[in-house]
Write a protein that binds this ligand. Structure first.
Ligand SMILES: [Zn+2]
Length: 59
């Protein structure tokens, strides 16, 4: 089953979304995106928030 995390859910005004089966992969992609696009450090707190916000995608 796929999972999803949107950048908007992290509080950004941004339409970026990650879809993957692996939470690790989602966390990695969103971290790279946040650093590159939003010029923000992906802190442990933000990382935890991201994990809390990962949702299963309805098939
Ligand atoms: Zn973004």
């Amino acid at each position: 089953m796929k999972k999803r995390l949107s950048c908007r859910a992290l509080g950004m005004n941004c339409n970026f979304e990650v879809h993957d089966e692996s939470e690790e992969e989602i966390a990695k992609v969103i971290r790279d995106h946040v650093k590159r696009v939003h010029k923000l450090d992906f802190t442990d707190a933000l990382s935890q928030k991201a994990r809390d916000l990962i949702r299963f995608v309805e098939a």
